[in-house]
Design a protein around this ligand. Sequence first.
Ligand code: FAD
Length: 478
Amino acid sequence: MAPATIDTNQATAFGATVRGTVIRPGDTNYDEARAVWNGMIDKRPALIVRCRGAADVIAAVNFAREHDLPVAVRGGGHNVAGTAVCDDGLVIDLSEMRGVRVAPHERTAWVQAGATWADVDHETQAFGLATPGGVVSDTGVAGLTLGGGIGHLRCAYGLTCDNLRSVELVTADGEYLTASEDEHEELFWGLRGGGGNFGVVTAFEFDLHPVGPDVATCLVFYPSDRLTECLQAYRAYVKSAPKGVSTLVFAGELPDEALFEGNDIHRQKFAVMGCYAGHVNDGERKLSPLRTLTKPIADLSGVRPYTEFQQFLDEDYPDGMRYYWKSLYLDGLSASVIDRIAYWAEAAPSPLSTVDIWQLGGAIERVDAEESAFAGRHAPFLLGVEANWERAENDEANVEWVQDCLNDMRQFSDGSVYLNFPGFLEGGEETMRATFGPSYERLVVLKDEYDPSNFFSRNQNVVPSGTTRTDGGATARE
Ligand code: FAD
């Protein structure tokens, strides 16, 4: 189908119906407005509307439907596949809707859907409270929450979506509704892990927990020639997982000039990063085994403000660099898995790339699998393969490395993936079915009810009955 065209008069008329701004090709801020975090993505929307509230979102959805425009929805713009933008369509950009209102006595926060985790942490920490977010503070709340959300508090307080009380959204036919345990319950089920398939979320309400202001953290760098024995010890630690501890391992060159010099800078390393959600003295004690797996190259562990820990990795993921990520739930951390992780970390063409292991379990597995659409509660670990590099001429080598690594690691997995990391999926609907299992059909029923024409298709797409998948991913590469 030829892309719909929007002339100046139509764009001006639409602009008059919203409080926010409408940006078009040729406007001075068009290139800035269409750019997303991943520099691999280069999409040219017909219109971008920076919404100021739910009324603008309703107007945008109605305008796109009436003019048959493809739609992309932008929260924080951090999706690796760049699903927040599209060619020739309308981008519903929520990045100016960043309000956060905390009710300290109820321990809840109402968060607009363009907020980042830095916005949420800033407001909630004023009251010594937090909800589990992601490990980089400028990631958007919206995309992360709708896909599940695994961060530094996950084993203590669950996924981000486990902490949702309600979701306010605009559906494909422009209807505004609230989904919660008491209203539109089935939709609420689907919004917790089913991604951006059912509407444009305008706000979330989260449960909060007492966290901080200081937390005990660990971040220890070790030489990779000791990876096998150390990860075996790490596996034993995690098995008896001290309650409240959430950890993450990343392996690669990790060439941090501020931290390492001489031979150390280009040496293969791995790091163990973790946090304890509770009293700092208990936390320091519980994290201490992770600091002595062998002799560290550097140890940045310590008690620090929660907000600082939440921002610790921000600088490692600058806007506009080139990124290609994938993920896979792992059955376990056997000696063979560890060997292959060591191999692939060393084989990375870019020194900035890493192979990551996310500890799962704890509060994540305590939630019943049927309680939400999220599909990864069964796995003890999640593998993340992150190619991060600077120059376009290295695209092919980096993408190939991720795909080869994934193909090899599938032998240690049931093939299901964490839908927030891979960006777009190689297997399309097949991977969605493998990931969601029996819940996929339940999601299709929900999609048929709320979005039968697949108006919201630039996402990890649940394909409604009777339609075929459209362009979907708005992605540079599968
Ligand atoms: P966007 O690119 O703005 O949106 C992505 C998709 O989400 C959209 O295409 C749309 O389908 C949907 N969406 C966004 N906003 C809305 C809305 N208001 N209504 C309906 N649908 C919407 N994930 C984790 O779980 N834990 C982490 O620690 C973590 N760390 C990350 C660190 C970095 C540097 C990056 C780049 C990503 C990280 N992620 C993490 C993955 C992250 O969860 C996803 O990339 C997520 O899509 C980002 O959300 P966003 O709002 O920024 O994305």
